[in-house]
Design a protein around this ligand. Sequence first.
Ligand SMILES: [Zn+2]
Length: 126
Amino acid sequence: MTAVYQGACHCGFVTFEVCTEIDHVRVCNCSICTTRGTLNFRVTPEQIEIHTPLNQLRLYQWGSMTAKDYFCPHCGILPFRKPSQPTEKERAAGIQPFEGWAINVRCIQGIDIERLPVVQINGAAL
Ligand SMILES: [Zn+2]
């Protein structure tokens, strides 16, 4: 069921809300997701409202430099990120760019993470 979920980093400097149905979490095996341990869920730009200006957050980029990982500058938590864009080869194979956000479901308040089905993403192969 679609609902409005409130999200925040650990210290509360970064807040956001999403209006969607969080019915699963994505666990990716790429190097950054493995070390970070986030549980991701993708939302469209229309489904998320970020309350903290992005220029007040820290940004981490690596590899193809197309993903944008935003961190709270105070507590270091990543509440959301912009996923990477498909490579030319992937675009040629028909993979469409995703313009939305991946939120860290661990930052969503009052959600029972243990009950959400886990979808494995083979990001290491990308
Ligand atoms: Zn924080």
